[in-house]
Design a protein around this ligand. Sequence first.
Ligand code: 0PR
Length: 354
Amino acid sequence: MQRASMEPQSFDRVLSSMCTEPHPAARRAAERFLATNPGDPASYPAVADLEAEALEYLGEIAGLPEPHGYIASGGTEANIQAVRAARNLAGGRSESTNIVAAESAHFSFRKATGLVDVELRLVPTVGGKADLEAVESAVDDDTALVVGVAGTTEYGRVDPISDLAEIARSVDARIHVDAAWGGFLLPFTDYEWDFASAKIDSMTIDPHKVGRAAIPAGGFLVRDRAMLDALAVETPYLESASQASLTGTRSGAGVASTVAACEALWPEGYREQYERARKNATWLAEELSGRGFAVVEPELPIVAAETPQELFDALRSAGWRISRTGRGELRVVCMPHVTREILKAFLADFDRYR
Ligand code: 0PR
């Protein structure tokens, strides 16, 4: 049998990913904690203490001084948990229980609502952000949750979170913010996206994306402990009484590397990383529009541009890991590993093939 390479690919041509190279301290921490299980805190107290510390960091980043939650396997799990908790607190499932999100929400909400069998009402966007009027008409007394995205997957847009929170309140629904990708960028912007600036109930904020922790490390945060309790099941043969996470055994590597990355980077390192990404995205957008391509102006560091299919294919064949938006635009995510040199090399190939 032909054996696949045991070498992971390098990051120097990866422009499509929302994951990145872990911080060196995060890598070391992940290795040390590979065989620990935060799902069993009574047997693995060291990693349980680290998880409390990881939550403190995430709370500080997201404006929540007394955070509840846990380090999940990623944004998908955190979004699933937000939907489950809201559904449970709304009195379980009824025929007409629904959640409302914009079409720009990540596809994990389709998984989440499919799993718990509630209706997902997707409303249109304006300028890539949730259309408030459409959200207002979509919610009703059976709405358990309204979702706002702070940093959409395709274009990096931030929904009007405070307005969405108000709409949610008006029908006694909860409001969840998906900052899986944007959460480690937004503290350095003027957006109102967090627990401090809006009355939100829960949040997804992933250390394994811009936070530079090792995969898997997602963040699920709730303001009110009751939301976590709504997810808990009893665990009779463990020393701890209950478990709120979706998975049982969890990654100690994710937890430890979250703490290590935050210790090394919060806040100044993350700020520098954000500034660099912002400048790179602005620069790339200008270069592409200077060449006559229609560019979607970056608000957070994602650049989308209308380019011909043949050019896209040629760049893929040349080894560039690029992706497309649903509308078919070339999409470049300026993650921390994407340096100006890498973008210059990309543009050189872009010019060669166009
Ligand atoms: N919420 C948002 C806003 C996201 O962008 C993503 C993932 C998720 C939730 C789900 O997070 P997990 O993938 O951690 O469960 N966004 C990227 C996407 O689907 C994920 C990704 C990451 C894709 C790395 C490619 C890649 O190489 O496009």
